[in-house]
Design a binder for this molecule. Structure first.
Ligand code: C5P
Length: 221
């Protein structure tokens, strides 16, 4: 059976990573979380203490080696061999990542790394520009979204489970802000590819969405 590329794009908190992980497991594919890559560059930039500049973040993106390792359902992320799985999920990183991801030099470096990882096929890659820029030739493209209220509610429950207290209103506002930055940036803005399947998960369960995407994959396999 041929090994295809499945691109799952959509706004923050739409459930892309949860779903992509499940679809990858069902098909025996690798799962690549491209948001984690932009988050890792952002983390290293924040740690550097440097003032923000395109040159500073581009230099980090060009040098860094980001790798993934899977085990027990956890997608572990490493920057130059050091584990950053939890550190890249901090509110501080979330607050700054869209600014870093809007820089052309950062995107060029990340897109090159993503193409290298995925070009053999057999991958489910999630992000914002996978179907439009990274792999416009992907055999299956899905644009996964949900209402901003529902996405904030899901993130709220996720954070609460981890013991992080945040207000729902605050989260909703931050998610809407991140959407606006991602949708309105000049380079590779978040948008649904013309040939992507649009899937609104607002009133669907994780299993229902997984099944829908798995069915779409079976159609093209
Ligand atoms: O997917 P996640 O919410 O972790 O992504 C974090 C941020 O990284 C996004 O808000 C976006 O600014 C950026 N990103 C991107 N292109 C991708 C994946 C993520 O610009 N392919």
């Amino acid at each position: 059976m041929k090994k295809i590329i499945i691109a799952i794009d959509g706004p923050a908190g739409a459930g892309k990573s949860t779903i992509a992980k499940k679809v990858a497991a069902l098909l025996g594919y690798a799962y690549i979380d491209t948001g984690a890559m932009y988050r890792t560059v952002t983390l290293r930039f924040l740690e550097s203490g440097l003032p923000f500049s395109e040159e500073a973040v581009t230099a980090i993106a060009e040098k860094i080696s980001i790798t993934f390792r899977y085990g027990n359902g956890v997608n572990r992320v490493f920057a130059d061999g050091e584990e950053v799985t939890d550190a890249i999920r901090s509110l501080e990183v979330s607050r700054n990542v869209s600014k870093v991801a809007a820089v052309g030099g950062v995107r060029t470096a990340m897109v090159a790394a993503q193409r290298k990882i995925g070009n053999q096929g057999g991958v489910v890659m999630d992000g914002r520009d996978i179907g439009t820029v990274v792999f416009p030739q992907a055999e299956l493209k899905v644009f996964l979204t949900a209402s901003v209220e529902e996405r904030a509610r899901r993130r709220y429950l996720e954070l609460k489970e981890k013991g992080t207290e945040v207000s729902l209103e605050d989260l909703e506002q931050r998610i809407a802000q991140r959407d606006a930055l991602d949708e309105n940036r000049e380079i590779s803005p978040l948008r649904c590819a013309e040939d992507a399947r649009y899937l609104d998960s607002t009133s669907l369960t994780i299993d229902q969405v997984t099944e829908k995407i798995a069915a779409m994959a079976r159609e093209v396999l």
